[in-house]
Design a protein around this ligand. Structure first.
Ligand code: ARG
Length: 576
C-alpha cells in the first residue's frame, strides 16, 4: 500500500472533475498530528488560474475528492490546505491485508534493468574501511531494487589492473622462489609495502617492475600466470569480508578493470573519430567546456597518456558502453566516496557526447561521505595505518559478545555466539547505513552497540520483544484470528507508520539512500514501544477481540522490522 500514491491519484481525479488538467498534485506528510497524516497543498497554486480564493478552491476540491473510504476526517485549514486524517477502519483493514501478504503489502514496480557498481576494491591491497560503505550501502540498495521486482545486475568493478601490478608481480616472482603464493600474499598490506620499498630503493627493481607491466599488457604467459595467482588470492581476501558481512556479492559479479582491456583502444579511437578527443602534448584528451573554470578554461579529461597507457577514465567509458549496450541497463548506479564525484560527472558528459548511452538511460553516481575516527580525521589504526576490514568485523563480534554476556541470563554458549555475531555485524552495518549517505560520520563503538537510540541492537531488541509476547501468549503469529480494531492514538500512529513501508522503499529505490529505511525502522520500533506501554496486550481480563487485534498489530511490526532489516542485510534473532 502506497498511501501517498493513492492520495495523489484521488486528488488527481478531483482536479479533473474541477476541470484542471496537468496541474501538480502536491500531497505531503503533515508536520503535526493535529493536521492529520497527510496534506493536500495544491489549492494555493490554482488561485490565479481559477481566479478564486485558495480556501474556496480547497472547499470545492474537498467536496469532489473521493476519500470516503480512506479518510475519517477532511478539513480545510490555513490559507487553503486540506488536512487528511486517515480513518481507523481503513487503517485496520489495510494492516490486516499487509499482515497476510508475504510482501507485507508492498507492490512491485514497473521492472527495469539496473546495474549497480559497488564494493569494487583495489586488489593490489587489502580491503579497507573505505570499501565498507560502498559494499554495504550497495548491497542494501540492490536488495531493495530486487524486492521491487527490478532486474539487478551487480558489477564488482575491481581494481585488478594498472601499473602498480608491475612492481607487485616482480616482487611476487622473487618470493615464489622460497614460498608458495598463499603464504607470500597472506598479508597484502605488508606485501604491497615491501614491494614499494624495493621499488623506491633497490637498484634495478623499478626497471624490472616496468618491464613486467609491459610484458603483462603484452600478454606474456609467465606474467599472466603470476597476475592470475595474485588476483585470485586477493579476491579470496575480499570474499572473506563479504562472508562476514553477509553481503550477496559472488565471483560471478566480478567485472574488474582488466575485463575492459581489449576495448580501451576502441574507446579512444571512437572518441577521436567523433572529434571528441584530441591530441594534446602527446596525450589524448577531451576538453570539457561544460565544466570550465572561472576563466573559461575547459576541464581536461585524459583518456590516453602520452606513453600510450590508458586510465581509470578510459575503463569507465568502456564500462559505461558495455552496461548500456550489452547489459541494456535502464539505470546505472555507481557507489563510491564523494571524492570521485567529479570523475563521474566528467565521464557522463564525455560518454553521452560519444553516444555510449541512450538518452533514456541514466548514469547515477551515488557518492557517500567518509568514515571518521573519534578525532574527526579519516579512520585509522592507533599507529596511523589503514584499518583492515576483517579485523574491524572480528572486533565488533567480540565486543557484542561481551555486552550480551553481561545482559543475558538464559542463552546457551552456542546461542550466545550467534547473537554476538548478528548483533556485532549488524551494529557495524547499521551504524554506517543509518547515517545520511552523503555526509561524513564518526565511527564509535559505544554508540553503535548501544541498546538505546537508532542502532541495530535497539531494532533487534524490539523484534525479540514482539517474539517474546507471542511466546507468552501461546498463540502463533501465523494463526491470528479476528479483525483488527484500532481505538487508541498509539495504535493509530503505529498503523499509519506500518502502512508507510512502501513509500519509504520507493524513496530508497529512487535515491539509493538506505538511511531513509533505517530512520523508518527506528520510528516503527519506537512507535511500537510507545504502543506497548500504553496498550496492554496480555493483561488478565482483557477483551479477546482487543487482545487479538493488538497481537496482529504487533505481528505486523515484527514482520516489518524483519523484512526491513533483511533488506539492509541485517539479521534478526528470536531472543537476546
Ligand atoms: N576501485 C575503485 C576504488 O577503490 C572504485 C571503482 C568504482 N567503480 C567504477 N566504475 N569506477 O576507488
Amino acid at each position: 500500500m502506497n498511501i501517498h500514491a493513492l492520495l495523489v491519484s484521488r486528488f488527481t481525479e478531483a482536479l479533473d472533475k474541477l476541470g484542471v488538467e496537468n496541474a501538480p498534485v502536491p500531497v505531503a506528510r503533515s508536520a503535526r498530528p493535529e493536521f492529520g497524516e497527510y496534506q493536500f497543498n495544491g489549492a494555493m497554486a490554482l488561485a490565479k488560474q481559477l481566479r478564486q480564493k485558495p480556501r474556496d478552491i480547497a472547499e470545492k476540491i474537498l467536496e469532489l475528492v473521493n476519500l470516503g473510504d480512506v479518510a475519517g476526517k477532511l478539513e480545510v485549514a490555513g490559507p487553503g490546505f486540506i488536512n487528511i486524517h486517515l480513518s481507523d477502519d481503513w487503517l485496520a483493514n489495510q494492516c490486516e491485508l499487509a499482515l497476510h501478504d508475504p510482501r507485507i503489502g508492498v507492490a512491485k514496480d514497473v521492472p527495469k534493468t539496473v546495474v549497480v557498481d559497488y564494493s569494487s576494491p583495489n586488489l593490489a591491497k587489502e580491503m579497507h574501511v573505505g570499501h565498507l560503505r560502498t559494499t554495504i550501502i550497495g548491497d542494501a540498495v540492490v536488495k531493495v531494487l530486487e524486492f521491487l521486482g527490478h532486474k539487478v545486475i551487480r558489477q564488482n568493478h575491481m581494481g585488478d589492473w594498472g601499473t602498480q601490478f608491475g612492481m607487485l608481480l616482480a616482487h611476487l616472482s622473487d618470493k615464489l622462489e622460497s614460498e608458495v603464493a598463499e603464504t607470500a600474499l597472506s598479508d597484502l598490506e605488508n606485501f604491497y609495502r615491501e614491494a614499494k620499498v624495493r621499488f623506491d630503493e633497490e637498484e634495478g627493481f623499478a626497471d624490472r617492475a616496468r618491464e613486467y607491466v609491459v610484458k603483462l599488457q603484452g600478454g606474456d604467459a609467465h606474467c599472466l600466470t603470476l597476475w592470475k595467482q595474485f588476483i585470485d588470492i586477493s579476491i579470496q581476501h575480499s570474499e572473506e569480508v563479504y562472508e562476514k558481512l553477509n553481503v550477496t556479492l559472488t565471483r560471478e559479479d566480478i567485472m574488474g578493470e582488466s575485463a575492459y582491456n581489449d576495448d580501451l583502444a576502441n574507446v579512444v579511437r571512437e572518441l577521436k573519430d567523433k572529434g571528441i578527443a584530441v591530441e594534446d602534448q602527446g596525450a589524448q584528451v577531451v576538453f570539457i567546456s561544460e565544466l570550465a573554470d572561472k576563466e573559461g578554461n575547459p576541464a581536461v579529461y585524459i583518456v590516453q597518456k602520452s606513453g600510450g597507457g590508458y586510465l581509470y577514465s578510459t575503463t569507465d567509458l568502456a564500462a559505461m558502453r558495455y552496461r548500456s549496450g550489452k547489459l541494456n541497463a535502464d539505470r546505472t548506479l555507481i557507489l563510491t566516496d564523494a571524492r570521485q564525484a567529479l570523475h563521474f560527472k566528467q565521464t557522463e558528459i564525455v560518454g553521452r557526447k560519444a553516444g555510449f548511452m541512450k538518452e533514456t538511460q541514466t548514469y547515477e553516481h551515488c557518492p557517500f561521505g567518509m568514515m571518521l575516527g573519534s578525532d574527526g580525521k579519516p579512520f585509522k589504526t592507533r599507529t596511523g595505518g589503514t584499518v583492515k576490514l576483517v579485523e574491524l568485523l572480528d572486533e565488533a563480534v567480540e565486543r557484542a559478545g561481551k555486552l550480551i554476556a553481561e545482559r543475558a541470563s538464559d542463552l546457551s554458549q552456542g546461542e550466545l555466539e550467534e547473537v554476538a555475531r548478528k548483533v556485532g555485524i549488524g551494529a557495524v552495518k547499521y551504524a554506517d547505513l543509518s547515517k545520511n549517505r552523503t555526509t561524513d560520520y564518526v565511527f564509535n563503538w559505544d554508540t553503535m552497540l548501544s541498546f538505546e537510540g537508532n542502532t541495530a541492537p535497539y531494532l533487534q531488541y524490539a523484534y525479540t520483544r514482539v517474539k517474546s509476547i507471542f511466546r507468552k501468549s501461546g498463540i502463533a503469529m501465523t494463526d491470528l484470528p479476528g479483525a483488527m480494531v484500532l481505538t487508541e492514538t498509539q495504535e493509530h500512529a503505529l498503523a499509519v507508520l506500518l502502512l508507510q513501508f512502501e513509500e519509504v522503499i520507493a524513496v530508497v529505490s529512487r535515491e539509493a539512500t538506505p538511511h531513509v529505511l533505517c530512520t523508518y525502522l527506528y520510528d516503527v520500533a519506537s512507535a511500537f514501544m510507545r504502543f506497548y506501554e500504553a496498550c496492554p496486550i496480555l493483561k488478565d481480563g482483557i477483551d479477546e477481540r482487543v487482545r487479538n487485534s493488538r497481537l496482529e498489530l504487533s505481528a505486523l511490526v515484527a514482520k516489518t522490522l524483519e523484512h526491513g532489516l533483511s533488506l539492509l542485510g541485517i539479521e534478526t534473532l528470536e531472543k537476546m
